[in-house]
Write a protein that binds this ligand. Structure first.
Ligand SMILES: C[S@@+](CC[C@H](N)C(=O)[O-])C[C@H]1O[C@@H](n2cnc3c(N)ncnc32)[C@H](O)[C@@H]1O
Length: 278
């Protein structure tokens, strides 16, 4: 493991994930020599509103083909690849889970994108990069597992070039900042560190950023999870899905997220934070 908390790493450590995804693609009748980003999207974009949100963030980010972007907490790399595919930029994805990084690399080779998209297993709190290395940062729904948010954001700011933009799409807490568990990012409260949006904004600023964009997307998250119901009986899981990343109790996790959103315990923020030039 690359550092950080053992129980968080364990949560994001499925067995034999790459082969299970390949089995799923075969069951769906896909030709493995012609796999597309869309074919993988049910399993490789592990954040609220999946690829729809990724495309909204790409429209917001302003990243271009001459840039090298760092994806912090990239999971198995779905949005990492989409970002590179849509903008032409180079992306390096890092994640605490070496299992996810292994799958991210293998899927990227399957899609023949390895020249522009690379991965590295490491902690967001201790990045193995020099100061001012990247033109941009991209981080989708990782902060929930990070207790030391100031440490993470200072580290992010350190590796970003002055004037560079950090695009963050993050789950925050709410007015009632206690949550029902399990949720998609945590089996219990020992793995989840949510702060209300105002606190998150203050921490981003304290870490050295200026906020350029701040959008509350909680209403869209509520709509996305409005149909999540309390599961009864054996789960009816799709052939490919994010349950492959974090377990077959995904329906319970989705139902709890729905309750947390509706009860004001969880919110969803999209923000662009800029590292000042002086
Ligand atoms: C909900 S997933 C999101 C993955 C990816 N960003 C996506 O949208 O598909 C959260 C990810 O954060 C990673 N993570 C949690 N804590 C981390 C840390 N301290 N450093 C790096 N990655 C971390 C987990 O391993 C997991 O892959």
């Amino acid at each position: 493991m690359a550092g950080g908390k053992d129980h968080i790493h364990r949560y994001y450590s499925p067995n034999d994930l790459y082969n299970k995804i390949i089995d799923g693609l075969n069951k769906l009748g896909k030709d493995l020599s012609k796999i597309t980003l869309d074919d993988l999207q049910p399993v490789d974009e592990f954040h609220i509103r999946g690829d729809t949100a990724t495309r909204e963030l790409i429209a917001l980010c302003g990243f271009t083909s001459d840039m090298h972007i760092l994806d912090v907490g990239c999971g198995i790399g779905g949005s990492t690849r989409r970002l590179s595919h849509e903008t032409g930029c180079f992306v390096t994805g890092i994640d605490l889970s070496d299992e996810y990084i292994d799958v991210a690399e293998r899927l990227t080779e399957l899609l023949n994108m390895q020249d522009r998209v690379k991965f590295h297993a490491t902690s967001a709190l201790d990045l193995p990069y020099a100061d001012n290395s990247f033109e941009g940062v991209w981080s989708l729904q990782m902060n929930m597992n990070v207790e030391d948010k100031l440490g993470w954001l200072k580290e992010t700011c350190r590796v970003l070039k002055p004037g560079g933009r950090a695009v963050l799409y993050e789950v925050c807490g709410g007015k009632n900042n206690t949550q029902h568990f399990p949720v998609p990012w945590a089996q219990d409260s020992s793995m989840s560190f949510l702060v209300p949006p105002e606190t998150f904004r203050d921490i981003i600023t304290e870490a050295g950023f200026e906020i350029a964009v701040w959008n509350d997307k909680t209403d869209l998250a509520q709509i996305a999870f409005s149909k999540a119901q309390k599961p009864a009986g054996k789960p009816n899981l799709p052939i490919l899905g994010v349950y492959m990343l974090v377990g077959e109790d995904i329906s319970t996790k989705a139902y709890n997220l729905h309750r947390n959103l509706d009860e004001g315990r969880v919110s969803l923020i999209e923000t662009v934070a800029v590292k000042p030039t002086a």
